[in-house]
Design a binder for this molecule. Structure first.
Ligand SMILES: [Zn+2]
Length: 213
C-alpha cells in the first residue's frame, strides 16, 4: 500500500453522474483514468433518468487506490480522493449520501491507519482556498464526526452494538444507531401513533395523522 496521510472530499458540481460518466469526462481531457478513487452516488445517474433512492449513498470504484489520483493539485501524492455526486453550492447532500461516503472513508481510515481529522474538503488544502469544492453547503465537520463515530463504534465503543427501541405506549420499535445517529422506521413509528403512511408518490412520503381524513 502506498502511504496515505489524508483523504480529500470533492463534489462533482453536477446534479447527476456515476463513476463511468466521470471517467468519460476525465479521459476526454486526456487523463489516463478518472481522477478520483471512489464515487458516492446521489441516486441520480443521468440527467433525465429516474431518481433511485436505493442508490443514494452507494459507492463506486474509480481509479485504483494504488495509483496516485488527480484531484488536488500539489497534494495527490499521499492522498485518496472521494467525490460525492451533486452540486453542494446549491443544496446540502442527503443524509444517506453522507453516510455512504462516511462508511467508505472510515474503511480507508482503518486500512491506512489515519484519524478522522485527516479528512479534508478540497478547499481546505493549501493553495486551494479559493475553490468552492465540495460546495459551500457541504457539512465537512459533520462528515468528519460521522467518520469519527464509525471508527469509535468499530473499535468497541464500550461493548456490543446497542440494541435500542422507541417505546410508544406498549409498542416497542427497534432502532439502529449508525454514525452517531438513531434511525427508526418511519412507517412503524407513524402507525404505532395511529397515523397512515402513503409512499405511492415516493420519494415523497405522506403521513396522515390518525383521526384526519
Ligand atoms: Zn474538488
Amino acid at each position: 500500500m502506498r502511504p496515505i496521510s489524508s483523504i480529500a472530499v470533492h463534489h462533482s458540481a453536477s446534479l447527476f453522474g456515476d463513476a463511468a460518466i466521470i471517467r468519460g469526462w476525465h479521459t476526454a481531457k486526456g487523463w489516463k483514468d478518472i481522477g478520483y478513487h471512489k464515487i458516492v452516488l446521489n441516486g441520480q445517474r443521468t440527467s433525465n433518468g429516474a431518481f433511485k433512492p436505493g442508490e443514494c449513498g452507494a459507492v463506486e470504484a474509480g481509479r485504483p487506490e494504488a495509483m496516485v489520483g488527480a484531484h488536488v493539485k500539489g497534494h495527490n501524492t499521499g492522498s485518496l480522493g472521494i467525490c460525492f455526486i451533486g452540486n453542494f453550492d446549491l443544496k446540502r447532500p442527503d443524509t444517506d449520501q453522507l453516510l455512504g461516503g462516511a462508511r467508505q472513508i472510515a474503511e480507508w481510515c482503518r486500512a491506512y491507519k489515519i484519524p478522522s481529522s485527516a479528512v479534508f474538503g478540497h478547499r481546505e488544502y493549501s493553495g486551494h482556498e479559493s475553490n468552492h469544492c465540495p460546495g459551500t453547503l457541504f457539512p465537512l465537520d459533520e462528515l468528519r464526526e460521522m467518520v469519527h463515530n464509525l471508527l469509535v463504534d468499530a473499535n468497541g465503543g464500550g461493548g456490543q452494538a446497542r440494541q435500542n427501541h422507541v417505546r410508544i405506549g406498549a409498542t416497542l420499535i427497534p432502532y439502529e444507531e449508525r454514525g452517531g445517529m438513531a434511525w427508526a422506521p418511519v412507517r412503524a413509528v407513524a402507525e404505532a401513533l395511529g397515523a397512515k403512511v402513503d409512499t405511492s408518490d415516493w420519494p415523497e412520503i405522506v403521513v396522515t395523522a390518525g383521526g384526519q381524513a
